[in-house]
Design a protein around this ligand. Structure first.
Ligand code: NAD
Length: 342
């Protein structure tokens, strides 16, 4: 029976994986700790490791797994920017992932951030509970007719475009591999600089790569209209947080919605409400009334969790049964290394 050690496991991981495992009967060991060089030893004796977005799957972790003869890491997520694929390939460690589990979940959360920021739902919620029914400061804008730019028009980005089409927005896009089918749906692809100069709302749906790292920086902000809305549900390091803070202070950015944050690994997915958060940049972000941060919950729907558990166990069973691995990633897929090595 395959023994699989989970890292960064939360109660919901246990629930959905235990249910999906009824079809497989594997031995599942859940650890709350993040996978990193200091914790990888917990996997000793396992046949596979199951990891998540903020685990450190760099050179040291992978070498330790090799030394323990663990041949495969199953990512229970789509992104793999936290894995040193070059080292994994060199050492013959397989990396499998869940390329798509519910693009609707992330796309809908993206639009939830847009609408909440626009109509100031986060502020209205607190006001009404405090008996304050003043509308002062809660002015929004019609989504109808606004220009939205989507960076990355793959599975998630194209659904965001579909939803915003329903609102009557003008749709612009940038992708290194444009999708012809979207152009038939009134989406106009533009070069990045031109898109930046035209958008009222900008949303990221591309992977984190060397090309997209700090795509939003001082230079990019200088090209944008004053009062822009920026939404990032992709990966934190696409936005240079220091530049974003300057943009918020100057009024260049009038709305910032983040489901991801470049240093989220030390914060997200944990209850830190009893502790002092020492990340001053993050704390500064939270002081702005026009910033809305969620803790990487874009994927977090029942449908997505079910699909993640089923696909992850299926990936591992393919390996177990000697079948072809379809959801693998290799070093030619990305050259980005984990932040601990960069
Ligand atoms: P996808 O692979 O279907 O689409 C990504 C698109 O980005 C592709 O069309 C690709 O051509 C494009 N792209 C690649 N490099 C680019 C660049 N330099 N500039 C512009 N476009 C580029 O991926 P997806 O399933 O739509 O997911 C998109 C991203 O969303 C993932 O990479 C991941 O980081 C993020 N994500 C976040 C959550 C969450 O919970 N917040 C969940 C899942 C995925």
């Amino acid at each position: 029976m395959m023994k699989i050690t989970f890292f960064s496991a939360q109660p919901y991981d246990k629930k959905y994986f235990t249910h999906a495992n009824q079809d497989y009967g594997y031995q599942l060991i859940f650890h709350e700790s993040r996978l990193e060089p200091a914790t990888v030893e917990l996997a000793r004796g396992s046949d596979a490791v199951c990891a998540f977005v903020n685990d450190d799957i760099g050179e040291v972790t992978i070498e330790a797994m090799k030394a323990m003869s663990i041949p495969i890491i199953a990512l229970r997520c789509a992104g793999y920017n936290n894995v040193n694929l070059r080292v994994a390939d060199q050492l013959g460690i397989h990396i499998v992932r869940v390329p798509s589990y519910s693009p609707y979940a992330v796309a809908e959360h993206t639009v939830a951030l847009m609408l909440s920021l626009n109509r100031k739902i986060h502020r209205a919620y607190s006001r009404v509970r405090d008996g304050n029914f003043s509308l002062q400061g809660l002015t929004g804008f019609d989504m109808y007719g606004k220009t939205v730019g989507i960076i990355g028009t793959g599975r998630i980005g194209s659904i965001v475009l579909d939803i915003l089409h329903g609102f009557g927005c003008k749709l612009l896009a940038y992708d290194t591999q444009p999708n012809d089918a979207l152009e038939k749906k009134e989406v106009t692809y533009l070069p990045m600089d031109k898109l930046l100069s035209e958008v009222d709302i900008l949303s990221f749906h591309c992977p984190l790569t060397p090309e997209t790292f700090h795509l939003i920086n001082d230079d990019a902000l200088a090209k944008m209209k004053d009062g822009v809305m920026i939404i990032n549900t992709s990966r934190g390091a696409i936005v240079d947080t220091s530049s974003a803070i300057q943009g918020l202070k100057s009024g260049k950015i009038a709305y910032l919605g983040l489901d991801v944050y470049e240093q989220e690994g030390d914060l997200f997915f944990h209850d830190l409400s009893d502790t002092i958060i020492r990340d001053d940049v993050f704390e500064r972000l939270l002081t702005f009334p026009n910033v809305l941060v969620t803790g990487h919950q874009g994927f977090f729907t029942a449908e997505a969790l079910t699909n993640i558990a089923m696909t992850t166990l299926d990936n591992l069973s393919c390996y177990d049964l000697g079948k072809k691995l379809v959801n693998t990633v290799h070093s030619d897929s990305s050259f980005f290394v984990t932040k601990h090595e960069s």
